[in-house]
Every structure is written in structure tokens, then in C-alpha cells.
Design a protein around this ligand. Structure first.
Ligand code: NCD
Length: 309
């Protein structure tokens, strides 16, 4: 049984260095098994419940694919309108009920803190698949896994993060993992969508070099990785603000040509217009490979927290 057995995955700060390296090495092993088309029975007889109270394509389907690839089974609420949440049931009551049906629960919810609240209500492990503008730790794990694969290392990199850094939960999770490997970070956001100050100060307290600016071209000239995010329309109270800010930064080939040679471009997806389609054929455009890495990372997490590996 692993150190992660029985644990919830709610945030990246909660994951120890040893646990992180165990997750990455387990994922690499599962990736090899997937490539070799091996049949796995690691999770035979186990059930994953996916509860998604917000839209999802990659996160839900890659968790479900991961469970199926491990030989387990999946039950899911993909549309909250069809669950008892629509009748006014509390989140805690729903989760407590589902914990009686499944061995592990993956939840996405619009409210920050909903995954932690679910974990308190559940007696099986709960994985946070995005809690509002809070965190998205499994995305950050697959992001780190992707950086390691694309760059061949994690130490000493300069990473630019651009877009809606205020509301983007993937970056809120990712920066804590990047910090452990001594990354230098450039935060580039439109006015009003900057990285929350408490995250910036927590990083600076850990002696991470962080710069904040609005000059994307300058940032990419010295970056090994560019991590692009979508302006999070669903978090805006006033649609006019979204309209004003939505196309603040667009990564196109003209920008890529001015960037540091060999720059890796990542995006958690979905994209709206923040990366031009013309960039997709650039060899450092890693975002679809990044999405595929969600399966081995989530296989590793499911197996480790249910004590199967
Ligand atoms: C992200 C999310 O849901 O936070 N998507 C994902 O899980 N890959 C990013 C986003 O929606 O912008």
C-alpha cells in the first residue's frame, strides 16, 4: 500500500515531494502499459463515481478512461439537472450517499471549497476535479508530467503563465508544484485578472522569483514554457467585463517566432481564441499531448489512493 492510500486529493500544497515523485513514476509506468496495449486488472471490482456540477470534456472523460483502463467501473452524474441536487439536496448529503455506492469519488463544482466539504462528508477518498476558481490539482499533476516529458527535466525552468490568472484554477494549483523545482515565473494578465496577491506572496516567501507584467512578448523571449489559459467567462459577474477582456492576449505564430527557441506551449484546454489554430502545427505546441497525459496521471492517482498500487 502506498503513502497515498485512503487520501483525498484536494490541493497541490497537500501533496508531499515523495508523493509527487511516486505519482509521476507510477504514471510513467501506466503510460508504458497503455502504449503496449496491456490489459490491466488493478481496479477490478472497484467503482469510481464522477460527480460533475460544471461542464467538462477532458477531466471527466480522462478519469473515466483511466478507471476503465485499470479494469474498474464508473458511475456518473454528468448533468446535475438530472440528479437530486435539482430537488434541493445538499452537496454533503449527495456525496455521503454516493460514498455508499463507490470506492472513490471525483467531483467538480462551481463553489470554491466544495471538494473539501465533500471530503468531509465522504468515507471514501475524494478527488477535486476543480472547485470554482479554487484549485484543480490533478490538472497540475498532468501539467508537471507533461513538462517533464517535453523538456526532459523539471529543474531550473522559466515559465510564463498568461491569461485569467485570477480565476484560473489550473494555474492556482500548478504554481505550487513549479515552485518546488525552482522555476522562475512570469505572470502576464490583463488588468483585473492578475494572480491573487496571497498566492504571489506565498511564492515569494518560498524565495521563488516571480515577475508580474502585461508584456507577453518580453516574457516569452526568456521562457522555456508558455502556459496559456482561457478567460474564465463563467466567473464574471458582468458580461461586459468579459467582452472587454476576452481577447486580451492571443498567441500566434508571430509571437512564437519571437519567443525563446524551442519554447513549449501548453494550455489546459478548452481554448477559445487565445491560441491561434496556426500554432497547432508548431512542434512545441504540446496542448493536445498534454490532454492525453491526463489518462496515465489519473490512472496513477486512482490506483494509489485506493491502495491498489
Ligand atoms: C480547465 C478547468 O476546468 O479549470 N479545464 C480542464 O480541466 N482541462 C481549464 C478551463 O476550463 O479553462
Amino acid at each position: 500500500m502506498s503513502a497515498l492510500s485512503g487520501k483525498d486529493i484536494l490541493s497541490t500544497e497537500q501533496i508531499s515531494d515523495d508523493e509527487l515523485s511516486l505519482i509521476l513514476s507510477t504514471a510513467a509506468r501506466y503510460e508504458k502499459a497503455l502504449t503496449a496495449k496491456m490489459r490491466l486488472d488493478v481496479m477490478t471490482g472497484q467503482i469510481l463515481a464522477t460527480l460533475f456540477f460544471e461542464p467538462s470534456t477532458r477531466t471527466r472523460l480522462s478519469f473515466e478512461a483511466a478507471m476503465e483502463r485499470l479494469g474498474g467501473q464508473v458511475i456518473s452524474v454528468a448533468d446535475p439537472k438530472t440528479s437530486s441536487a435539482a430537488k434541493g439536496e445538499s452537496l454533503a448529503d449527495s456525496v455521503r450517499t454516493v460514498a455508499g455506492y463507490a470506492d472513490v469519488i471525483v467531483i467538480r463544482h462551481p463553489q470554491q471549497g466544495a471538494a473539501a466539504e465533500s471530503a468531509r462528508a465522504s468515507d471514501v477518498p475524494v478527488i477535486n476535479a476543480g472547485d470554482g476558481a479554487g484549485q484543480h490539482p490533478t490538472q497540475a499533476l498532468l501539467d508537471i508530467y507533461t513538462i517533464q516529458k517535453e523538456k526532459g527535466r523539471l529543474k531550473g525552468l522559466t515559465v510564463s503563465l498568461v491569461g485569467d490568472l485570477k480565476n484560473g484554477r489550473t494555474v492556482h494549483s500548478l504554481v505550487h508544484l513549479l515552485a518546488r523545482f525552482g522555476a522562475r515565473m512570469h505572470f502576464v494578465a490583463p488588468p483585473g485578472l492578475e494572480m491573487p496577491p496571497q498566492i504571489v506572496s506565498a511564492l515569494r516567501e518560498q524565495r521563488v522569483t516571480v515577475t508580474e507584467s502585461s508584456d507577453l512578448a518580453a516574457a516569452v523571449r526568456e521562457s522555456d514554457v508558455l502556459y496559456v489559459t482561457r478567460i474564465q467567462r463563467e466567473r464574471f459577474e458582468d458580461p461586459a467585463d468579459y467582452e472587454r477582456l476576452k481577447s486580451s492576449y492571443v498567441v500566434d505564430m508571430a509571437l512564437v517566432q519571437r519567443a525563446k527557441s524551442g519554447i513549449t506551449i501548453m494550455h489546459p484546454l478548452p481554448r477559445v481564441d487565445e491560441i491561434a489554430v496556426g500554432v497547432d502545427s508548431y512542434e512545441g505546441a504540446a496542448y493536445f499531448r498534454q490532454a492525453a497525459n491526463g489518462v496515465p496521471i489519473r490512472m496513477a492517482l486512482l490506483a494509489l489512493i485506493t491502495g491498489r498500487k
